[in-house]
Design a protein around this ligand. Structure first.
Ligand code: AMP
Ligand code: MN
Ligand code: MN
Ligand code: MN
Length: 300
């Protein structure tokens, strides 16, 4: 059995703090063998990550985390093993980034009204990529002393009912899953415990997701408790969905989350990474074992 891969991470291409190259190097240092880079609504980090992964001998699974509005809530759908050259996925994500720009202007205007001017420029300056998210606003507000840490900035400024909150208007679940499938990838519901859904709403989400061609849910996640692992292992089993695992790493500023530090999936889960053909991992392992032999042959 293969070591649990880390199939959910972020770089500076979205709201992580490590450049794709540094993320891969850290992953390699941590002993991670298989890593998916899943930046929010962009594939921009994948080229650099893939180059670095090659240099480190680590298997990179090209991925993305897509923002979706479903039932009036924001849901995140991870796409794994996507073709970064897929035009359908590319233009879908470009649309979401366009919406992010408008939302950023609106967030900044609202923050200005409660006494925090300059947030758009401040957030942009903290975003090294092309994408501005709430995390960048949160870091800006922490720097200005509006709150002591990210968690409390979110709580006091950026969530529903707070002055900097803008209700998300992302893409639909059907479209997000469709783009991932068009790119030859597997759609996975990110950190399902985070949405605060009742059992009946969760059932509805999973039914919709499966009907659109969704394949898996994150059972093990950096934002899940141990109880959540078992709850969602059971949902996966009962709903005939595959299980995924990912740290949701955003950078060393949150030291309680580390790359690849993930427990094994609970008993009875079907790991998405063990599906035939997944990210070419089976082939990669074959090549990995053949290489020394070829090297010996060519040395003869
Ligand atoms: P956005 O997609 O721009 O709305 O931002 C969502 C991101 O904000 C998530 O992916 C997390 O990285 C971050 N985030 C959301 N809630 C919190 C929180 N309570 N504390 C810290 N970070 C959060
Ligand atoms: Mn994030
Ligand atoms: Mn997420
Ligand atoms: Mn994430």
């Amino acid at each position: 059995m293969m070591k649990t891969p880390d199939l959910h991470t972020h770089s500076t291409a979205s709201d992580g703090t490590l450049a794709p190259r540094d993320l891969i190097e850290r992953a390699a240092q941590q002993g991670v063998e298989v890593l998916a880079l899943t930046d929010h609504d962009t594939l921009a980090g994948l080229d650099e990550a893939s180059e670095a992964a090659h240099a480190q001998g680590l298997s990179l699974v090209p991925g993305v985390e897509i923002s979706v509005t479903w039932g009036g809530r924001t849901i995140h759908i991870v796409g794994l093993d996507v073709d970064p050259a897929c035009a359908v996925l590319g233009s879908g994500l470009a649309g979401l980034r366009g919406y992010r720009e408008q939302r950023a202007i609106e967030i900044a205007a609202r923050l200005e009204r409660v006494g925090w001017p300059g947030a758009l420029e401040g957030a942009r300056a903290l975003a090294s990529g092309e994408l501005v998210g709430r995390t960048h606003f949160a870091r800006f507000l922490v720097q200005r002393g509006a709150a002591k840490d990210l968690r409390s900035v979110f709580k006091h400024f950026l969530v529903k009912g707070k002055p900097g909150h803008v209700a998300g208007q992302w893409t639909t679940l059907e479209e997000a899953v469709g783009w991932i499938r068009a790119a030859g990838g597997q759609a996975v519901i990110a950190h399902p415990a985070r949405y605060g859904l009742t059992r009946s709403k969760m059932k509805r989400l999973l039914d919709d997701f499966r009907a659109f061609g969704g394949r898996g849910i994150e059972v093990v996640s950096g934002s899940h408790s141990r109880d959540d692992y078992f709850t969602f292992a059971r949902w996966a089993r009962e709903q005939g969905l595959l299980a995924s695992a990912g740290s949701d790493y955003h950078g060393p500023e949150s030291p309680w989350i580390e790359l690849g530090r993930l427990p094994a999936l609970p008993e009875g889960c079907k790991p998405i990474w063990e599906q035939p053909g997944f990210a070419g991992l089976d082939q990669h392992r074959r090549v990995g074992t053949l290489e020394p032999m070829q090297a010996r042959l060519s040395a003869v």
